[in-house]
Design a protein around this ligand. Sequence first.
Ligand SMILES: NC(=O)c1ccc[n+]([C@@H]2O[C@H](COP(=O)([O-])OP(=O)(O)OC[C@H]3O[C@@H](n4cnc5c(N)ncnc54)[C@H](OP(=O)(O)O)[C@@H]3O)[C@@H](O)[C@H]2O)c1
Length: 355
Amino acid sequence: MAQKIVHIVGTGTIGEPLIHLFADKREELGIDEVTFNKRTPQFTDRSKIQDLLRRGAKLACGENVKADFENLGMEVSYETEEAIERATVVIDCTPSGVGVANKQNFYEKYDRPGKGFMAQGSEFGFGKPYCRWVNEDAIDPAEDRFVQIVSCNTHNMSAIINAIALRHGEDNLVEGNFNCIRRGSDVYEDKNIGAPEVGSHKDGAFGTHHARDVWHLYQTQDIDLKLFSTAMKVPTQYMHTLYFDMRLKQATTEEEIVAHFHEHPGLSTTYKKSANSVFAFGRDHGYMGRILNQTVLAHNTLKVLEDGKRVVGYCFTPQDGNSLLSSVAMTMRYLYPDDWESRMGTFDQYLFDEV
Ligand SMILES: NC(=O)c1ccc[n+]([C@@H]2O[C@H](COP(=O)([O-])OP(=O)(O)OC[C@H]3O[C@@H](n4cnc5c(N)ncnc54)[C@H](OP(=O)(O)O)[C@@H]3O)[C@@H](O)[C@H]2O)c1
């Protein structure tokens, strides 16, 4: 049987935990080898690279920097293109725009049946958007060999829309308005902003790209949603927070919504009020400090108005855990199309009904 090799490109905020996760869960998931590409050799990254190597992942880099990596004490196993050619699944975790360039320059060269390629975030032009539980049926791993794992905020917004509006039918959402209150920087980043900063509404009828990204995700199922988003950054490093205001055709109740959240594995509620207390729960009870839920609904903010046909509230985006879970799910769909879902069971313990 052909070897099952997972290759991650980029060792940043998304790439590093993915390499770590695949290396740790390699046997449970049925993966033969985990490889990763790093572009820049530098002292500051040495500790994380050495830890990933210790966990069994193997480093690839360009021929021109191989000696530099080795002089810094990081063992190199493969050259950049060689690693892409060997891999069964490639997960590109580079900044926006680089994934599409990598597709054109490298991935298309090595594309063949049985392989799969993913990019992260708002990487339009790479492949079909995918979000665990939202559009499973829209993806055929045999046909859709290029897939875009949507961003953490797209996961949150689409999970909330699914749970509150579309569970009563795909035409049940009259319109949805969202305010993405974004963390100024990630916990890994040194930069931060000093004060709340509003974004501009550059995106035609959608406001910001967040609503447009969700619209594209639902388009994979031929669902046309009326959505508008606005966005702002606040000076915190802990999670994004989302305010939603949805108008529905069919009336609902707060009890019904909360019951649905507790029945569905990707959804969570919380009585906590701050992003840092939700983040801290992830640090103490999650996997690599993260919960893997798609969204965490702030219980006390949920309000059903106008005879049950308008629902407002806040929810937290669980850092990047939702994107990581979709990346693993799509990898398993490529590697084990028949029993991928049962193999994902190892992550159930990090999906909480209540935080
Ligand atoms: N951060 C999040 O919470 C989050 C959540 C969901 C999705 N995403 C998406 O995930 C993607 C990656 O985001 P991130 O936050 O992980 O970025 P990041 O921390 O800046 O890391 C980017 C990585 O890509 C590598 N890289 C940069 N340019 C490259 C190139 N031309 N070729 C090969 N490698 C290159 C860098 O490697 P070197 O160190 O070797 O230079 C770095 O390790 C983005 O599309 C983002 O929108 C991010």
